[in-house]
Design a protein around this ligand. Structure first.
Ligand SMILES: Nc1ncnc2c1ncn2[C@@H]1O[C@H](COP(=O)(O)OP(=O)(O)OP(=O)(O)O)[C@@H](O)[C@H]1O
Ligand SMILES: [Mg+2]
Length: 263
């Protein structure tokens, strides 16, 4: 069964005098355990797609299903990780991770041990009692990853989670996120502006064009690249030709540039 299915999803943002057609007829599906990346120019609606899937807003038209069930009826947990970590500065790292289970009233010793284990896995086992301000950006993003995993989401949404990090930290974090999510067999949608990152982490890439946001091209990542770690993918002979092809697709998606109409 498909984990997620979008059928002809369109979305408008309205203001008093105008509207923006942010998405037009977006249709794609994601298999359980699949890792998909959305690539496209700024304003093509990538974050809008994630916010709709996360139920932060309702699409204007079209259908979305999770495991065959309409999104609005589904109680599937959706994990959403953003560029900013949104950790609470007054809580320790461990308490930040335990906040979700505490709010959901499912906190107990087993949950606390699970939180410690997850923090260990993301390399934060020795900073449990420290505060977010005492950690580097990369460490905070790792804490955010652990916090999102703690809720055991059926679908993991990542909106440019590495874009504020330096290049080396970003590569290491890609590696960690990729390993962790595949160990937990998570279905993932990553939004990124980085073609290399999309190739290195994904099973499939969706290229979008802007104004309105539409699907332009799908790329299947060859199996030889999928089985490699993100770091190794970048050194594989198949990497650069694919990078160049996707670059071209993005260039043509960017030149497809109508503006929003006024009412
Ligand atoms: N709250 C909002 N109100 C009005 N228009 C919005 C709102 N949020 C987004 N938009 C518009 O919808 C379109 C898609 O925006 P969105 O943020 O989804 O793009 P994006 O692909 O995530 O861009 P970026 O790569 O810059 O993050 C843009 O034209 C944007 O201006
Ligand atoms: Mg965005």
């Amino acid at each position: 069964m498909k984990m997620l299915e979008l059928q002809q999803v369109s979305h408008y943002y309205f203001s008093k005098t105008s509207y923006t057609k942010a998405l037009e007829n977006i249709s794609f599906s994601v298999q359980p355990g699949e890792f998909i990346s959305l690539l496209g120019p700024s304003g093509c609606g990538k974050s809008t797609i994630l916010s709709i899937i996360a139920k932060l807003m309702k699409n204007t038209s079209g259908n979305i299903k999770i495991k065959g069930e309409p999104l609005e009826k589904s109680d599937a947990e959706i994990g959403y990780m953003l560029q900013q970590d949104y950790l609470f500065p007054w809580k320790t790292i461990l308490d930040n991770i335990l906040l979700g289970p505490k709010i959901q009233k499912r906190y107990d010793e087993t949950i606390e041990n699970q939180a410690k284990k997850l923090l260990q896995e993301v390399g934060l086992g020795n900073v449990l009692k420290q505060y977010p301000a005492e950690l580097s950006g990369g460490m905070r993003q790792r804490a955010a990853l652990a916090r999102t995993l703690m809720n055991d989401p059926a679908i993991f949404l990542l909106d440019e989670p590495f874009s504020s990090l330096d290049y080396q930290t970003k590569l290491k974090l890609e590696e960690l996120v990729s390993n962790t999510l595949s160990n937990y067999n998570k279905t993932t949608i990553l939004v990124t502006h980085d073609i290399g990152e999309a190739i290195a982490m994904s099973d499939r890439i969706i290229i979008l064009s802007a104004h309105p946001g539409r699907i332009s091209t799908f790329y299947e990542i060859p199996i030889e690249l999928r089985i490699e770690s993100p770091m190794a993918v970048r050194k594989h002979p198949k990497y650069q030709p694919l990078f160049d092809k996707i670059w071209q697709s993005l260039e043509s998606a960017k030149s497809d540039n109508e503006t929003g109409e006024l009412l």
